[in-house]
Design a protein around this ligand. Structure first.
Ligand code: ZN
Length: 453
């Protein structure tokens, strides 16, 4: 059992002062406002529900900064993808584990308590499976275990190179499975997941409509009747055109017409939607998985946030390519993309109020739903996914409680984070992850090896 004493805390029902919060077996068991600190309490300044990072491809972190060099012709998402395939094709299981551990340390230090790992590199270079078909899933588990991040593992079904069931190209062979082999992989990974703490979850991730087929998608969903379902959808205009030419409908339109999309689902990006798609998607209860830094980096385009929010649509945020892992920057990039799109201010909120509070609390709830974690708010019975920030820091000290989350989102950097708990695991203390030095040494050695080849 552990007890935290916070000078102030954002509880499910609102702000409270001098809060004593008791954690047992990873769950919040008691909350007492207006309480004095007890001996042995962990004292913090301001306690918030910690966000889940709902979309990550951990290995891509190691290529951050390698693709910002303009070459002849026009660079695009698709030219970036070629570079990513070439980089990925050299990674060993040890390197993948080392990168994931470094990424998870950075996420925890940024204030995320959990991650949805959208895991699509399964096989050896060339495409032959490892002796253990879930070898690379288990490398991700090892990184999660070492760092204490809450993991929702999302093994990816990737069967085709593009729309109309074209063959995988050379760069995609490490991803490839038909539904039968995918199912074996999911079962093996689910069994191995039992070695992680009890808050770990597994779902499935059909990569995209272009990497699967209608029949395969239906089969994979029939075989996996529980747990989160994540899919990349409508990230790029070319993808929308190819799906429309093949299936006769735009990706979101087609998915909503052909599958029972509900609150198990997380639609990653959903960038290019018509007004009708935006309203219809909002009505499903699914989460839009928005990845604003990556979407900006890749030139994807802006999500239609105001209409989606007005329709009651749920959303969370993900760091996706991990080109820059920053919770505060992710949230402000989301709002700024909307301001640039609409040439207005304070855009992504239905009605009036604090934009920072709306973004933060919506993303906390949406992330928890998408990752199947009983978190996203501070209340008895919820997982202790918690982040403490320092309201006395320069970015925040002038602000009243009503503006504190605006300060966090728009004015602060992640260094206002002092402590993070993931399902009660107190892994960030004094702003640093407890294992950061060892994780970084292993990462640096792995990268030196990688670039020397
Ligand atoms: Zn992605």
């Amino acid at each position: 059992m552990a007890v935290i004493h916070a000078k102030q805390a954002l509880l499910a029902e609102g702000w409270a002062s001098n809060v004593r919060l008791t954690i047992a077996e990873g769950v919040i068991t008691a909350i007492e406002p207006d309480a004095s600190p007890g001996a042995g309490d962990v004292a913090v300044d301001t306690l918030l529900p910690a966000l889940g990072n709902l979309h990550s491809h951990a290995f891509q972190r190691a290529m951050a900064g390698m693709t910002e060099f303009r070459q002849a012709g026009r660079d695009s998402f698709w030219t970036w993808r070629e570079l990513m395939y070439r980089f990925m094709d050299r990674l060993t299981p040890e390197q993948i584990e080392a990168i994931a551990a470094q990424v998870y340390v950075e996420m925890l230090e940024a204030g995320y308590a959990s991650v949805g790992e959208f895991h699509y590199v399964h096989h050896q270079p060339g495409g032959a499976p490892y002796d253990n078909i879930a070898e690379l899933s288990e490398r991700i588990f090892a990184a999660a275990s070492q760092t204490g991040i809450g993991l929702t593992h999302l093994p990816v079904l990737y069967s085709y190179g593009g729309a109309r069931q074209t063959e995988l190209n050379a760069g995609q062979r490490r991803f490839g499975n038909d539904v039968d082999r995918f199912q074996r992989l999911v079962e093996r990974a689910a069994a191995a997941l039992g070695n992680l703490p009890g808050d770990a979850r597994i779902g499935i991730a059909p990569h995209s409509l272009r990497a699967t087929s209608p029949a395969d998608l239906a089969r994979a969903l029939a075989e996996n009747g529980q747990g989160p379902v994540h899919i990349h959808i409508a990230e790029q205009p070319r993808e929308v055109q190819e799906i429309e030419a093949w299936l006769g409908a735009r990706p979101v339109e087609w998915l909503l017409d052909h599958q029972e999309v509900d609150d198990r689902w997380c639609l990653i990006h959903a960038t290019h939607m018509t007004d009708a798609e935006t309203r219809n998607m909002a009505a499903t209860g699914a989460v839009a998985g928005l990845c604003p830094i990556t979407e900006a980096n890749l030139g994807d385009g802006p999500f239609n946030g105001p209409d989606y929010a007005r329709a009651g649509g749920r959303f969370g945020i993900g760091s996706d390519s991990n080109v820059n892992i920053s919770l505060t920057e992710e949230l402000r990039t989301l709002e700024y993309s909307q301001r640039l799109r609409d040439t207005g201010r304070n855009v992504l909120i239905p009605g009036e109020g604090s934009v920072g509070a709306f973004l933060y609390t919506s993303a906390a709830q949406g992330g928890a739903q998408a990752l199947a974690r009983a978190s996203g708010a501070i209340a008895p019975g919820k997982l202790a996914d918690l982040v403490a920030i320092d309201s006395r820091s320069a970015a925040l000290c002038a602000l009243s409680r009503d503006h504190l989350l605006d300060g966090l989102v728009f004015a602060a950097k992640d260094n206002v984070v002092s402590d993070v708990w993931s399902a009660g695991r107190h892994v960030v203390r004094g702003g640093h992850h407890v294992g950061r030095d060892a994780v970084f040494e292993t990462y640096r050695a792995a990268m030196e090896e990688l670039v020397s080849v």
